[in-house]
Design a protein around this ligand. Structure first.
Ligand code: ADP
Ligand code: MG
Length: 246
């Protein structure tokens, strides 16, 4: 069974009273448990919009077309109320936002602890987990710094730590290495791969970096609000093969 399965995912943004923009034009996507999937495509092709829908941050459009479907762990996400969606997002998913979304008044460790709080974990346990997650991304010594006192790359790693802290089964990351130099980028990728191997965590990453794409099990190409290629079973099986060899 797929971990995450979407059908007929559409999103139209209203730009003004008369103008709308169809950012997602009916996308079908299926993510298997334990996969690391890259989503690639030109700027404006709908990658972030798709990630926000897969991460339950936005609901797909349900008017003008076939009924959208989204299931996570076999559960229907479209029918859920906002409260339940928030609960699942907090406990079972981790999200790295393209622009980090760190709270400027909180330190790195407090920003990470916020994700624990949302998942119902507080106090000493949350602080320990947050420090551990910062350690994973090599930021132990920056735990008490506020975002403004951190470089772009360090802020990005705080955002990654926050996504990982609750050990979610699914991590959705929008350009998680976009602000990192190639050495850091490789380090973060290595970390994700290790977590994938050791804990079976599933990752969906938006990336512009072909090297990051290559390091993933599979690449989903987007263009103009659609997924470009329908890969054959044989091609998918070949990818599985290289994955096992890695
Ligand atoms: N909140 C929004 N309001 C209006 N238009 C938006 C909004 N978010 C995204 N768009 C538009 O939707 C299209 C897809 O955007 P996005 O999903 O961010 O693409 P990508 O992440 O691939 O760059 C773009 O044309 C973008 O300008
Ligand atoms: Mg984007």
């Amino acid at each position: 069974m797929a971990l995450l399965e979407g059908r007929n995912l559409r999103k139209t943004y209203r730009l003004s009273r008369r103008n709308t923009l169809q950012a997602l034009c009916g996308v079908d996507v299926s993510i298997e448990p334990g996969e690391i999937v890259a989503i690639m495509g030109p700027s404006g092709s709908g990658k972030s919009t798709l990630m926000h829908i897969l991460g339950l941050l936005h609901a797909p459009d349900s008017n003008h077309g076939p009924r959208p479907e989204l299931s996570f762990n076999g559960r229907d996400m479209v029918a859920l109320g906002e409260g339940e969606r928030t609960r699942i997002r907090a406990r079972e998913m981790g999200f790295v936002f393209q622009d980090f979304n760190l709270v400027p008044t909180l330190t790195a460790v407090e920003n990470v602890m916020l994700a624990c709080d949302y998942a119902g974990v507080g106090g000493h346990k949350a602080r320990q987990a947050a420090l551990e997650a910062l350690g994973l991304v090599g930021l132990s010594e920056r735990a008490d710094h506020r975002p403004a006192e951190l470089s772009g790359g360090e802020q990005q790693r705080v955002a990654i730590a926050r996504a990982l802290v609750n050990r979610p089964s699914l991590v959705l990351a929008d350009e998680p290495t976009g602000n990192l130099d190639s050495a850091r980028s490789e380090e973060v990728l290595g970390l994700l791969r290790r977590l994938n191997r050791e804990h079976g965590q599933t990752f969906v990453l938006v990336t512009h970096d072909p090297e990051v794409g290559q390091a993933c099990d599979r690449i989903v190409h987007m263009r103009d609000g659609r997924i470009r290629d329908g890969r054959s079973g044989a091609a998918a099986a070949a990818t599985q093969g290289t994955r096992l060899l890695r």
